[in-house]
Design a protein around this ligand. Structure first.
Ligand code: TRP
Ligand code: MN
Length: 454
C-alpha cells in the first residue's frame, strides 16, 4: 500500500515497533532466530490481505452498530487449521453465517454486519506453555500458525515457516469467501439453496418457512419493479484474534492515501482477555493501527479497566473503532455486565457491545470432553439482552464459535446431544463449536430478542 510519494511520519513508523520493548505474553519460543528473520522479511513484502478502504468501511458499519442501527454477527472457528481450509468446510461455514444473517435481518428488520472468525484465526493463547502426557512434557499447541497438534517433539516445535503457510492459507480462504459473497452464491434469491445439504431438524424447518416468506416478498417487489442490486452481494469481513506479533507486525502497512498504518491481516482484530493488560505489548501495538479493534472482557473486568481501555484504544472517541466482546458466563452476566454498561453510558464513549456466550461457559464432562451446554449459551445471550434493556444501552452483536458441519461438540440443542453422543463427531482441536443446527437455533432466538427492541 505504500507509495514512494506518501509522506510518512517517522514517529508513526517507529511507534509500530514500540511493543518490542514492552512486556509480552503468549508468544512462542521460535527455535531459530535467523529463520524467523527470513520469514518476517518475506511476509513484510507479500501483498496485503485486506485493503485500507474496506477496513474504513467496516469502521463505518460498526459505527452504525454502536448507534443501534445495525447488528453484528461474528462467527467461525475457535481455531482454524490448515487441513480444515477446504472448499466444503469454508462453504458450509459461510452458508451457516448467511443463514443466520438472513434470520436476523428478517426477524429484526435490521441490517446485519457479517464477519467471520475466518481467514487468519490460526494462533491460540494457552493457559500453560507446556503439556504433559504420560510423563512426557512438550510445548503446548499454539495453533497451526506456530506448531502442530500431534504430540511429538518434532510437531510441537515452533516453526517459523508455519507463519508463511498461515498467510497463504488465509489468502486462499479469503479468496473463496470473496468469491462466494460477491459472485452470486450469496444472492438473497438463493435463500432456499443455503439450506440444502443440511439434515432435517426443527430449526431447518423454521428456516424453510422463513425462506418461503422472503421468496414471496422478493417476487412481489420484483413484479412491482424494484431494483435488486443490493440483494446480489453481501459485505463480508474477516477477523481473528490479534495475538501472534510475528504475523501481525509484518502485515501492517502504511496506507498510501493517508500515511496511516493498517494491519492488513484482516479487517477486524480483537485482543484476548489474556493479552489485554494496559501496559503490555498488544494494547500498545493495536492502539496504533487504524483497524476497528475488539477487546474481550471476562467476569472480573472493572469499570476502571474499561475506562482505561477506551482512553488508550479510542482516544478520539470514533464510533465503530472499539468493540467490547464480553464473555462473562451465564450465571454471572446479569450481575457483572450492567455496572460496566452504566459506567460507559455515563461517559463520552460509544463502543459496540457484543456478547461471546461461548467462552464463559466451558465445562469438562466425566468422560473427558471439553464442552458447553447449549442452554448455557442461550442463557448468556438472554442475560446480555436483559442487561442492556436494564441499562438502556444497545446490545450490538454476538460472537460465536461455530462450524457448518454436523459435529457433536456442544451439549443439547434441538437434537439433544448428550455426553455419550459427544464422542461420535468431536473434531475441534480447541474449544467446542456450535454445529449448523445449533447455530440456526441461536439465530432464531436472537432474532426474537431483537424484534422486541425494534
Ligand atoms: N446485501 C444485503 C445484506 O447484506 C441483502 C443480502 C443479500 C443478504 N444476500 C444476503 C442478507 C444474505 C443476508 C444474507 O443485508
Ligand atoms: Mn475458543
Amino acid at each position: 500500500m505504500t507509495e514512494p510519494n506518501v509522506t510518512v511520519d517517522p514517529a508513526v513508523l517507529e511507534g509500530l515497533d514500540a511493543w518490542r520493548a514492552l512486556p509480552i505474553k503468549q508468544q512462542p519460543q521460535w527455535a531459530d532466530a535467523a529463520e524467523l528473520d527470513r520469514v518476517t522479511a518475506e511476509l513484510s513484502k507479500l501483498p496485503p490481505l485486506v485493503f485500507a478502504g474496506e477496513v474504513d468501511q467496516l469502521t463505518d458499519r460498526l459505527a452504525r452498530v454502536a448507534r443501534g442501527d445495525a447488528f453484528l454477527l461474528q462467527g467461525g472457528d475457535c481455531a482454524e487449521t490448515f487441513d480444515g481450509a477446504t472448499a466444503d468446510k469454508i462453504r458450509n461455514r459461510v452458508k451457516t453465517i448467511l443463514q443466520m444473517a438472513v434470520v436476523l435481518t428478517y426477524g429484526a428488520s435490521m441490517p446485519v454486519v457479517k464477519m467471520g472468525r475466518m481467514a487468519g484465526q490460526f494462533a491460540k493463547p494457552r493457559s500453560s506453555d507446556s503439556e504433559t502426557r504420560d510423563g512426557v512434557t512438550l510445548p503446548a499447541y499454539r495453533g497451526d500458525i506456530v506448531n502442530g497438534y500431534d504430540f511429538t517433539e518434532e510437531s510441537r516445535r515452533a516453526d517459523p515457516d508455519r507463519i508463511l503457510r498461515g498467510y497463504h492459507t488465509a489468502a486462499s480462504t479469503l479468496n473463496l469467501i470473496r468469491a462466494f459473497t460477491q459472485g452470486g452464491f450469496a444472492d438473497l434469491r438463493e435463500v432456499h439453496s443455503w439450506n440444502k445439504g443440511f439434515s432435517e431438524n426443527p430449526a431447518n424447518k423454521r428456516y424453510e418457512s422463513l425462506a418461503r416468506d422472503i421468496d414471496r416478498a422478493i417476487r412481489f417487489m420484483g413484479a412491482a419493479g424494484a431494483d435488486f442490486d443490493s440483494l446480489k452481494r453481501v459485505e463480508f469481513y474477516s477477523s481473528h484474534e490479534g495475538l501472534l506479533m510475528d504475523y501481525e507486525r509484518p502485515l501492517t502497512r502504511i496506507d498510501s492515501r493517508t500515511g496511516n498504518p493498517y494491519d492488513t491481516s484482516g479487517h477486524f482484530l480483537w485482543i484476548g482477555e489474556r493479552t489485554r493488560e494496559l501496559t503490555g505489548a498488544h494494547i500498545d501495538f493495536f492502539s496504533r493501527i487504524q483497524n476497528p479493534i475488539g477487546v474481550k472482557l471476562g467476569p472480573s473486568t472493572t469499570s476502571d479497566d474499561v475506562a482505561k481501555l477506551i482512553d488508550i484504544l479510542d482516544p478520539n472517541r470514533t464510533p465503530g473503532r472499539l468493540t467490547f466482546i464480553t464473555r462473562m458466563g451465564a450465571g454471572v452476566i446479569r450481575d457483572a455486565l450492567p455496572p460496566l454498561l452504566e459506567a460507559v453510558k455515563n461517559s463520552d464513549a460509544l463502543p459496540v457491545w457484543v456478547t461471546d456466550p461461548m467462552h464463559g461457559n466451558g465445562i469438562t464432562t466425566p468422560n473427558g470432553y471439553k464442552t458447553r451446554r447449549f442452554d448455557d449459551v442461550v442463557d448468556e445471550v438472554k442475560g446480555f439482552f436483559e442487561a442492556h434493556r436494564e441499562v438502556g444501552t444497545f446490545p450490538g452483536g454476538i460472537h460465536v464459535e461455530l462450524t457448518g458441519d454436523d459435529v457433536t461438540e456442544c451439549l443439547g440443542g434441538a437434537e439433544m446431544i448428550d455426553e455419550e453422543t459427544l464422542a461420535s463427531r468431536y473434531e475441534s482441536l480447541c474449544d467446542p463449536r456450535l454445529n449448523h443446527k445449533q447455530s440456526l437455533e441461536l439465530a432464531f432466538l436472537v432474532a426474537e430478542e431483537l424484534a422486541v427492541l425494534a
